[in-house]
Design a protein around this ligand. Structure first.
Ligand code: ADP
Ligand code: MG
Length: 341
């Protein structure tokens, strides 16, 4: 799309930097050269739209995430490479929650013209590295200058057998509730980074380099026992509330079974906070919370590492989100995740 004022693209000074040197099409060409080939991508970067081939019986899943400088990331505390990787991982996590296999990514970028070329190249490389890790080829996007912050929109396209797609809406009373991955760690990491505290390396990397549990989500879809799934991005309670609403059920968590990473315990103690609040309302965890409609253990991956798996509670018919305290008392709980507005 052509900007309303084409002259806005011109730099204010003659000192050339970032996109001014590379240019919109220079950047796109440099991305295209590195984007690689995939058999299901009939047309990738370079045409007006990408053309992707779906396997028979599969449906298309589409998800987008927006990352805004100083809202979702700070260039002072994360490298461009990490931001590139993270922008992909958070989208792949949404595909994982649906049990989908990635088909491709679209990257729409608004970048201030003064952004250093090195930053842009490292961001691009981080993005493409993560795209390769998750097997999600970059098939298109849009590139523009920004008069304000860096804005990154990634759209992820995936596919799943239409009969296997996982949703938030299928949980039934009596289902077992499970968690794959860590919760609270990324929030501890963000706080440790912002406080300039040394150590807490697992926490910091959970915040800066989250890993999407893509293979595990795909295994859940294939196992035929999973009734509902969500990726935990806004805090465990906040995201379980979505399962409660979409499935019209209740959820009861067992406090005693909630997994607490040692660094989260240490961080909460250090700042005098309630460690359970980190677990329940962490944010940016990119774990998977899911319901299984039998009492057997959650499936393990046949190849690669299975994430930490814990049975954290059960699906009920109460319509409420409740916490069974270690002393046996049952409490109603409210999500206290991050709110944008
Ligand atoms: P149009 O003007 O038709 O929207 P563009 O000139 O913006 O097309 O983009 C040219 C091609 O480059 C398209 O295939 C588009 O998907 C791709 N593209 C643009 N920006 C990016 C980007 N940041 N990452 C990946 N592909 C991009
Ligand atoms: Mg365009």
């Amino acid at each position: 799309m052509v900007p309303r004022n084409e002259r806005d693209k011109q730099p204010m000074t003659s000192r050339k930097s970032g996109l001014t040197v590379l240019g919109e099409f220079g950047l796109i060409a440099s991305i295209e050269r590195r984007a690689g080939q995939h058999t299901h991508v009939r047309l990738g970067i370079g045409d007006d739209a990408a053309a992707l081939t779906l396997d028979p019986g599969h449906e298309l899943l589409a998800t987008a995430d927006l990352l805004v400088q100083d809202v979702h990331f700070r260039t002072q505390t994360a490298t461009a490479h990490q931001i590139g990787r993270k922008s992909v991982a958070v989208n792949i996590s949404d595909l994982a929650a649906m049990g989908a296999k990635p088909l491709g990514l679209l990257a729409s970028l608004a970048i201030p013209s003064a952004t250093p070329l090195k930053w842009i190249e490292q961001f691009r490389d981080g993005l493409l590295e993560a795209a390769a890790v998750y097997g999600a080829p970059l098939v298109g996007g849009d590139t523009t200058s920004s008069p304000g912050p860096i804005v990154i929109n990634i759209t992820a396209l995936g596919s799943a057998l239409a009969t296997q797609t996982l949703t938030r809406g299928g949980a039934r009373p009596g289902d077992a509730l499970w968690l794959a991955g860590n919760v609270g760690l990324a929030r501890a990491g963000l706080e440790a980074l912002e406080a300039g505290v040394r150590g807490f390396s697992a926490s910091k990397s959970a915040h800066k380099e989250p890993q999407a549990l893509l293979k595990y989500g795909m295994a859940l879809a294939a196992c035929g026992r999973c009734s509902a799934c969500i990726d935990v991005s806004d805090g465990l309670l906040g995201d379980l509330a979505h399962i409660v609403a979409r499935s019209r059920v209740g959820v009861e968590l067992d406090e005693a079974s909630l997994p607490i990473h040692p660094e989260v315990r240490r961080w909460a103690k250090r700042i005098g906070a309630d460690v359970i609040d980190y677990v329940l309302n962490g944010g940016e965890d990119y774990a998977l919370a899911f319901a299984l409609h039998d009492t057997r253990k959650a499936p393990l991956l046949s190849t690669g590492d299975t994430p930490a798996l814990v049975r954290i509670g059960r699906v009920t018919d109460t319509g409420a989100l409740t916490l069974r305290r270690a002393d046996g008392c049952l409490e109603n709980v409210q999500p206290r995740g991050f709110v944008h507005f």
